[in-house]
Design a protein around this ligand. Structure first.
Ligand SMILES: [Zn+2]
Length: 114
């Protein structure tokens, strides 16, 4: 492959790599309904905030989500809703849809749950 061809597909592959992570996919699904704070994600996924923030940073660097601070809370929202067309296309291939709610499993004290 020449450099132009290689660069094109390398850039596409890098983008798919952003999606190639279970928590990043789950976060994007959670954000379909709108913005959520990191503390809400902690309660939904039952994972440490540091780990969630690490994956949010990958999504943010890729330009898929943006951050908003309000008081002590940090909210994330999807900036490119077209990403859901990609995720939905995959689900057409696998013929699998989530059959579970993405709701807090622990007590959530975020502003939208209180
Ligand atoms: Zn909450």
């Amino acid at each position: 492959m020449n450099d132009i061809v290689l660069d094109f597909y390398e850039a596409e592959a890098q983008f798919y790599k952003v999606l190639m992570h279970p928590l990043r996919l789950a976060i994007l699904d959670l954000l379909r309904e709108g913005e959520h704070c990191v503390c809400h994600m902690e309660a939904v996924f039952g994972l440490r905030q540091a780990y969630i923030s690490q994956q949010l940073m990958v999504l943010r660097t890729a330009g898929l989500v943006e951050v908003r601070r309000e008081g002590l809370n940090i909210y994330y929202r999807v900036t490119q809703p077209k990403i859901y067309a990609v995720m939905d296309a995959l689900r057409q291939l696998t013929q699998k849809e989530p059959t579970f709610p993405l709701q807090p499993v622990d007590v959530c004290s975020c502003p939208s749950c209180e």
